[in-house]
Design a protein around this ligand. Structure first.
Ligand code: ZN
Length: 341
């Protein structure tokens, strides 16, 4: 090759800009570093209480049914706050983004009350009851890297005196005592097994008992759609069209859900979260229970996005998780603050 030609080839290569190819978003399992673990829940929540012990109280509401793991709650707010808000980060073991979101919200409230005017104002109106997970058994299995498809708790549903993390357990978001009889009866090994009777699960009984003691004006339940069919949607309860009082509360719930959705951009695709217009099914889930039994404005938020190939990403890298959590902090603060006016 002539010297001239070699120089020419070199020049052509040098003029091609370096192209960095971004890695495709994906689920990482075992989880990336930086996710909360079941064993750290207590010390981490204690730390939040210590930020502001006057305002934050750490409770153990009860224990899980098989392994008797504690179900923790942080009560955050002034005794004079007029309204109660319930936030549950998790019912289903593999849906961990909600745990991260409610945890960060608790931290933000505890830290912000002395320095941030908006948080201070929010806490004069609302008292928050924040429960990272009502399913500590499943959360432990999932976050310890033992089984990535874990959804239910660890009840020995096939009664062979062994815990089989793949098969055993009850779907806690089908076990609430409302419309339970109308839900289909699936075998105990099924992912959506609703349990042997309504509110059979101690984890669900803990939430019922709290609901009976505190009236909640709002309840937010975080989930993640692993199939991708509900990704980045906000779901409302089933509505009885004949019930006028219920329709009024439903309308208020809808407005609240829409405001949140408007403030939440999707993770990987263009656009924002949507409020699902599909009528919710009559099953024993938390939002139906709170709405129908306690007149609570109750919503479910499906966190975790889908990529261009419609693949659902519900436990992304720690970096992406931080981004998602941050976005939810901004939306929650904005919507709760604006609701004061
Ligand atoms: Zn779920």
């Amino acid at each position: 090759m002539s010297l001239k030609l070699t120089r020419l080839i070199c020049l052509i290569f040098m003029s091609i800009p370096f192209v960095t190819v971004a890695a495709a978003p994906k689920n990482i399992y075992p989880l990336d570093k930086g996710y909360l673990l079941e064993k750290n829940l207590y010390p981490d929540m204690l730390e939040i209480q210590e930020i502001n012990p006057e305002l934050v109280k750490l409770h153990i509401l009860g224990f899980s049914g098989t392994e008797e793991l504690p179900i923790y709650a942080l009560e955050i707010g002034y005794p004079t706050a007029a309204k109660n808000v319930l936030m549950i980060g998790q019912h289903h073991s593999d849906e961990v983004l909600g745990v991260e979101i409610v945890f960060s919200w608790a931290e933000k409230l505890a830290k912000g009350v002395d320095s941030e005017k908006k948080i201070e104002a929010i806490l004069h109106q609302y008292k928050f009851w924040i429960i990272p997970t009502i399913n500590p058994e499943g959360y432990k299995v999932f976050t310890e890297g033992l089984y990535r498809y874990k959804r239910k708790n660890n009840r020995d549903t096939n009664q062979n005196n062994q815990i089989e993390i793949q098969w055993d357990g009850v779907d806690l978001n089908r076990n609430y005592p409302v419309f339970w009889d109308e839900d289909s009866t699936l075998p105990p090994t099924h992912r959506y097994y609703k349990g042997p009777s309504p509110a059979s699960e101690p984890e669900v009984q803990v939430i019922i008992s709290l609901a009976q003691k505190q009236h909640f004006d709002f309840a937010i339940f975080y989930h993640s759609s692993s199939t991708g069919s509900f990704s980045e949607k906000i779901l409302l309860p089933f509505l009885d069209e004949e019930n006028e009082n219920q329709k009024r509360i439903y309308e208020e719930t809808l407005v609240f859900a829409q405001k949140l959705a408007e403030n939440l951009k999707r993770d990987y695709l263009r656009g924002k979260y949507e409020v699902s217009k599909v009528s919710s099914s009559r099953v024993g889930n938390a939002r139906n229970y709170f709405f129908h039994i306690h007149n609570t404005r109750a919503i479910l938020i499906e966190v975790g996005g889908i990529d261009k190939k419609s693949k659902s990403i519900v436990y992304p890298s720690a970096r992406m998780k931080e981004k998602i959590v941050k976005k939810h902090m901004v939306a929650l603060e904005k919507v709760f603050y604006e609701s004061l006016k």
